[in-house]
Design a protein around this ligand. Sequence first.
Ligand code: TXA
Ligand code: MG
Length: 345
Amino acid sequence: MVNAKWTMSTLDRHNDAARGRLVKASQEAIARAAETLRAGGLVAFPTETVYGLGADARNGEAVARLFAAKGRPRFNPLIVHVADFATAATFVHLGEVGERLANAFWPGPLTLVVPLRAGAGISALVTAGLDTLAVRVPAHPIAQGLLEAAAIPVAAPSANPSGRTSPTRAGHVAAGLGDKVDLILDGGPCAVGLESTILKLGEGCDGAQLLRPGGLARADIEKVLGEPLLDAEPHDRPAAPGQLASHYAPAKPVRLNATHVEAEEALLAFGEPLPQGAKACVMVRNLSRRGDLVEAAANLFQYLHEVDATKAKGIAVMPIPTSGLGEAINDRLGRAAAPRGGLPS
Ligand code: TXA
Ligand code: MG
């Protein structure tokens, strides 16, 4: 058995180390973070979706450290973040459809998987050797400030240990990755709270394929496209670990579409009235009392973190509609509830 005293002091040391790296995102801190990225370091930063763990996308060693910090299998390609459309266009061929979507939704929670330009200089670890690249222009002012100051393409998966719930606060990053990160920029809670929607475009497919539902709703995209999004073919999916069955997982078991709660469970509620047993259960967190899916998305990962930290034996989740952002919320909850033990991502 592990000596409890040793464990405590080790934890304290880790927490101290993590605290030293967590800084409020002032101008000065952003400049320091940009330097850290340019020097090959790892910086966690807020975006409007979730916190990202960034590394210089041209620097294979930095990207390798990023994979190691997350404990993520190497064959999963990463999203590259840039400050604007013009910068994105230097790395990829956006095509007519890509330009139209970028004009409509960048900066914002949309990632486009498009053909990589020859000689773009992106590390093959970022693309996992594919000839496509996932790019996104985040809207968060701190992410924007960091990308402008660093003036490099920044590969950034969500800043959580592989397979765990995504971070929507700087404290989640410190708790999950702690001293594996060189700097954590604290920009408060993320407004959207769900990862970006990922579309695959161009060559070989007629329309846009939805690889991952996310912070931008399907209907908004279809309005701009003028046609329905295609669902990704199974053979297009191995590259998208968001598609792995168990993902975004809390430590506790998750029970979906709950119409009652047991006393030993915690409840993730949506709207009102609450189901039978809610009064007596371990904890209730309501994603949105008024049944608003945008509010529910913003609260999802924070509340998952909170109910997971209780002594409840499991997490019961009320049914959530599938319209608008409900598609992505149900996708994440479905993966949180999936049997564990598959490949982490
Ligand atoms: O909101 C977000 O997208 C956040 C913030 C930090 O920007 N980032 C994020 O990254 O969720 P990550 O690495 O956790 O998810 C990236 C997803 C994965 O499912 C990956 O497989 C997919 O993008 N992806 C990246 N490049 C791809 C490619 N070339 N083809 C297909 N899928 C790709
Ligand atoms: Mg992730």
